[in-house]
Ligand binder design. Structure first.
Ligand code: FAD
Length: 459
C-alpha cells in the first residue's frame, strides 16, 4: 500500500453503504458491468425502509404494461410526477428516472429474477395510468428477498452488522470507507468509488429538528437505520441539501397495529374523520399530502368505508393481516360504528350523509373531492383507527443525473455517489403533498442502478 493515490491498492471497485433496495440494485448494476463490489449494512439484516414498503416501483413503457395494453410513456410519467410535486430542484432527475424506468423494471425481472406484477386494481397517488410494479403480496420484504437472492447469485458480498462510520478521503477524492461497530473492529475498505445508499434522516431526532422541523412532532414509522450520517459526510465535503423540506408522510398508519392501512380504501371511496366525526379535507390529494390536513383535526382519526371497499383491499396481504388482527371491523349501522369508536354519532351521520350526496353527484363535495369511485358508502360500514406518520425524508444531497454528489459550485465530489434517501428526492420542494406513489423506490432502485453503472466506469 502506498500513500500516493495513483498507486493505491483498491480492495474493490465500488463500496456501497446500505443494503436497502437502492444499495442492492446498485450492487447488481456494478457486477453486471464486470466490476467488483461490496455492500455494507449497519444493521443485522438487509432491507431498511425498502423491506417495510409496499414494494411499488413506477415505470412507463415496461414489458408488463405493454402486455396489459396500458398506453404510457416516460414523458407522460414525468409530467404526472411533476404535476403532483410542483416545481422543485431536481426536475431533471424526475425526467431521467422516468426515461429509464421501463428498462429498470425489465432489468429487475428479466435479468435478475425479481418477481413483480403490474398493479391494475388502483393507480395510486400521482399516476394517470397503471404503472406501479410490485410483488404480488405488495410486501417490500419480498422485493428485498428477491434482490438479496439476485445478489447471492451474482456473488455479491453483503456484510451485515458493519456500520460505515466515515469516508476515506485522499486529495479531495473519496477512496473508500471506514467500518466500525459493536461486532466489528475498525477497518478500512478502499475503492474507486463509494455509493451512499443509507437512506435519509427521519430516524434522527436532532437532524429532523434542524432540517425538517415541520414534522418533527409526528411519529416516524420507517426503519431505524435512517439516521442521516451519510448526508452529513456529503455536506462536510462541500455537498449541499436540495428539496430539503420535503417528506413522505402517511395519513393512515393503522393504530395500534402499526401497519399501513391501504390507501386503496380511500381511492375506492373511504373518508377520513376525526374524533368529532368531521372530515378534514379532500382525501384524494394523497396519503402523504393529507397528513397536513389531518393535523388540523382532533385525534384519534378514523378511515370510514364499507364492506365492498374492504373486500377489494383484502387482495393486499398487509390489509388482510390487519383485518385478521381486528383492524377493519364491519358494523351493521353507522350508529354501531360510532358507538364502538366513541365518535360523535350525530356529526358522523351528518358527515357521511353530506359526503354520500356529493358522491351521487347531487351537490359539490364540501372539500371539492372529485373522485368517489365506489361511494356513496353503504352498510355494513367499516372503520379503521389510524394515526399520521412520517415514512421518510425527501430532502437530500444534490446529485447529477447519475447520482454523483455535487458541490454548490456544480462540480461533482470525485468518487462519491448518493441514491435513495441520501440523495435529493423528486417529491417537491417542501411538505408532503408532492409525493407520488413509488417516488421513494424509484429514487432508491432507479437511481441506484444508474449510479452503479456510472461508478463502474470510474478508475
Ligand atoms: C411503511 C413504508 C411504506 C413505503 N412504501 C413505499 C412504496 O410502496 N413505494 C415506494 O417507492 N416507497 C415506499 N416507501 C419509501 C421507501 O421505502 C424508501 O424511499 C426506500 O425504501 C428507500 O430505499 P433506500 O435503499 O434508499 O433505503 P433503505 O431501504 O432504508 O436502506 C438503507 C439501508 O442503509 C443502512 N444504513 C444506514 N446508515 C448506514 C451506515 N452508516 N452504514 C451501513 N449501513 C447503513 C440502513 O440500515 C438500511 O438498511 C415506504 C416507506 C415506508 C416506511
Amino acid at each position: 500500500m502506498s500513500d500516493s493515490p495513483e498507486q493505491v491498492e483498491f480492495d474493490v471497485d465500488v463500496v456501497i453503504v446500505g443494503a436497502g433496495g437502492g444499495g442492492l440494485a446498485a450492487a447488481l448494476a456494478v457486477v453486471d458491468s464486470g466490476r467488483s463490489v461490496i455492500v455494507l449494512e449497519k444493521l443485522d439484516r438487509p432491507g431498511g425502509n425498502s423491506a417495510l414498503s409496499t414494494g411499488s416501483i413506477p415505470a412507463a413503457g415496461s414489458r408488463l404494461q405493454i402486455e396489459a395494453g396500458v398506453v404510457d410513456s416516460p414523458a407522460q410519467m414525468a409530467a404526472d410526477l411533476i404535476a403532483q410535486s410542483g416545481a422543485h430542484e431536481a426536475e431533471g432527475l424526475t425526467r431521467r428516472l422516468a426515461e429509464t424506468s421501463a428498462e429498470l423494471v425489465n432489468w429487475l425481472m428479466d435479468q435478475h429474477g425479481v418477481r413483480l406484477a403490474l398493479i391494475t386494481e388502483y393507480k395510486h397517488v400521482g399516476h394517470t395510468v397503471n404503472r406501479l410494479h410490485a410483488p404480488s403480496s405488495r410486501r417490500g420484504s419480498d422485493l428485498v428477498d428477491d434482490l438479496v437472492q439476485a445478489c447471492k447469485k451474482s456473488g455479491i458480498d453483503i456484510l451485515t452488522s458493519s456500520p460505515v462510520v466515515d469516508l476515506l478521503i485522499e486529495e479531495n477524492k473519496v477512496v473508500g470507507v471506514i467500518v466500525e461497530g459493536d461486532r466489528v473492529a475498525r477497518y478500512e475498505i478502499r475503492a474507486h468509488s463509494v455509493i451512499l445508499a443509507a437512506n435519509g434522516f427521519a430516524a434522527n431526532k436532532e437532524l429532523m429538528g434542524k432540517w425538517l422541523p415541520e414534522v418533527d412532532s409526528i411519529e416516524y414509522f420507517g426503519a431505524h437505520g435512517s439516521t442521516g450520517e451519510a448526508l452529513v459526510w456529503g455536506l462536510k465535503l462541500g455537498g449541499y441539501l436540495a428539496n430539503q423540506r420535503a417528506y413522505q408522510g402517511y395519513a393512515a398508519v393503522a393504530y395500534p397495529h402499526g401497519s399501513i392501512l391501504s390507501w386503496t380504501t380511500v381511492e375506492k371511496g373511504a373518508i377520513l374523520v376525526d374524533r368529532t366525526g368531521k372530515r378534514l379535507g379532500d382525501e384524494t390529494i394523497g396519503y402523504s399530502g393529507f397528513v397536513a390536513d389531518l393535523l388540523t383535526g382532533e385525534p384519534p382519526f378514523f378511515v370510514v368505508y364499507d364492506a365492498r371497499i374492504k373486500s377489494i383491499a383484502m387482495i393486499e396481504e398487509e390489509f388482510a393481516d390487519l383485518a385478521e388482527m381486528g383492524g377493519a371491523h364491519e358494523y351493521d349501522t353507522l350508529e354501531d360504528l360510532a358507538a364502538y369508536f366513541a365518535i360523535d354519532f350525530t356529526a358522523l351521520s351528518e358527515t357521511v350523509g353530506i359526503y354520500n350526496t356529493a358522491a351521487r353527484l347531487e351537490v359539490e363535495d364540501l372539500f371539492k373531492r372529485k373522485d368517489f369511485d365506489m361511494a356513496p358508502l353503504q352498510a355494513p360500514f367499516v372503520a379503521s383507527r389510524v394515526t399520521p406518520g412520517v415514512f421518510h425524508t425527501q430532502g437530500g444531497l444534490a446529485v447529477d443525473l447519475d447520482g454523483r454528489v455535487l458541490r454548490l459550485e456544480g462540480d461533482p465530489i470525485p468518487g462519491l455517489y448518493a441514491i435513495g434517501g441520501v440523495a435529493v428526492g423528486i417529491s417537491g420542494a417542501e411538505g408532503g403533498r408532492g409525493y407520488s406513489s413509488g417516488n421513494g423506490l424509484l429514487c432508491a432502485i432507479g437511481l441506484g442502478r444508474l449510479a452503479g453503472l456510472a461508478a463502474s466506469n470510474e478508475s
